[in-house]
Design a protein around this ligand. Sequence first.
Ligand SMILES: Cc1ncc(COP(=O)(O)OP(=O)(O)O)c(N)n1
Ligand SMILES: Cc1nc(C(=O)O)sc1CCOP(=O)(O)O
Length: 535
Amino acid sequence: MLPNLPPLRRPGLDTDYTLYLVTDSSEAILGNKDLVDVVEKAIKGGVGIVQYREKNLETRAMLTMAIKLKQLCHQYNVKFIVNDRVDIAFIAGADGVHLGQDDMGIKDARKILGERAIIGISCTTVEEALEAVENGANYLGIGAVYATSTKTNVSGIIGISGVRNIISKVRQTSKHPRHVPCVAIGGLNTTNVQLLRYKSHAVDGYLEGIAVVSAIIGSEDATVAAKNLKSMFVEAPPWNQLSQYNDCGHTLEKNDIVSRLAQIAKKTVEIKPVSHNMTNIVVANFAANVIIAAGSSPIMSMAPEEAAELASLGGGLVVNLGSAIPGNLSIFMTAVQAYNKLGGPVLLDPVAVGATNMRYNMVSTLLNMGHFDIIKGNTSEIQALASGFQGNQKGVDSVDDAESEQVDKAALVSSLARHEHCIVLMTGKTDYLSDGTTTYSIDNGVENLNSVTGTGCALGSLIVAFVAVHRENKLLATLAAVLFYEIAAELAQEDPVCKGPGHFIPCFLDALRHICGDCKAKNMQWLSRAKFEKI
Ligand SMILES: Cc1ncc(COP(=O)(O)OP(=O)(O)O)c(N)n1
Ligand SMILES: Cc1nc(C(=O)O)sc1CCOP(=O)(O)O
């Protein structure tokens, strides 16, 4: 099941880490604004803790500013922290200090500042985080999440998965029963904080807050900037449209699931949603024909300029890496973010992700920058994603061989779904579909689907149409699309005209059209062929 976001502030924690402001008085970020004024505005917008980070001033001027900022923060009951300089934190009467890995150690700083001081530390790796907790850190500053021009000499860019990994390992270590809040830092702004919070959520832990420099200090109005960041971080993202009807089959009997699937298919053909495809050159034509035959509306557009307008049509987006080059990444991201903003479903088809470093890196970047509601791939692709790139996939085809038969595919699909907080569909002789809680195996479809190119990609195009209409129940909408498609393939293969791959394509398009007509006429007999099981 897709995660419900956890509460933010833990009961008993008297520091609000949700929005942590780190200052910067450089010309490039602060400009000619007054730092104290900007910090006050930011506090009014919801900042709960302020860190004075000053890299250019002499000690005396720095101390003067630290005292002013401390007074301001305490006036608003906001915690005040000094970056790096334990001496200034002590003399200014700050609530604590933030230390980097090369600064004074936590235990030494504690000797100077005392037991009640808040001591935070920067961590880029799991080892640094575990050591910091062991040494008594009060919070961890985890980063850099993304590249940032505010600090170019970061120790590493770890992405959302790096943050999630640290949070999860810190929480799992039973040696440290003490709760240590985690905040993320580096390149955070309103375009990515929802994704960060949603995807950094691990089974055993989550992010308490975000630390931000330029998105507030460099903004025109720090109150507005802080308010926007905080509400974006706190609110459920638009794509997480859970509803009271969102029983993805966890508790439903099979007959009830089939009647839900029937409703989903009927409504999809009635609404005729848009399926926006950023797909590969080999399959574009076939996928468009499939969508038309199945009663939805295809658009094959790679233009970032029109992505937001297309997203506003209420359909779904397919990002297919079949013939993509790294230059396409920013085009994909523009479109994914436009759909994410409106909660329109996005499907990632990581074609041959296990074949080359280029493909794996592109997929990693995409998963780090945008939310994908569904990941669809063949066995090799899902294995490559689930286990990290191992560079052993040959070409775009799946290796549905003895070796991959050994893999517990249901467990693989379910664990990738939990990890990426999305729905995962692994296609093959038997398909596996999971949202991380409920997993289905599907045994429809025919051999001919493997004998013509593009059938996997075109399935993705149909899935986003179904999910666009049923955003509150993405798992069952995906199941309905797969059954619609694979049962049409069975009807095509049984057509006496169908003698092989050449005849299969037109027969398949006819069968899709036939099922679409049946749905419009409310004749759902075709669903009696459905062969799926909850695992
Ligand atoms: C909340 C938070 N996290 C990380 C940092 C980075 O601190 P550090 O590694 O000491 O680097 P500089 O800030 O000194 O450049 C931070 N300041 N705050
Ligand atoms: C101060 C700092 N520390 C980082 C780390 O990775 O430890 S990144 C960073 C700068 C964050 O600035 P912005 O919000 O403008 O991207």
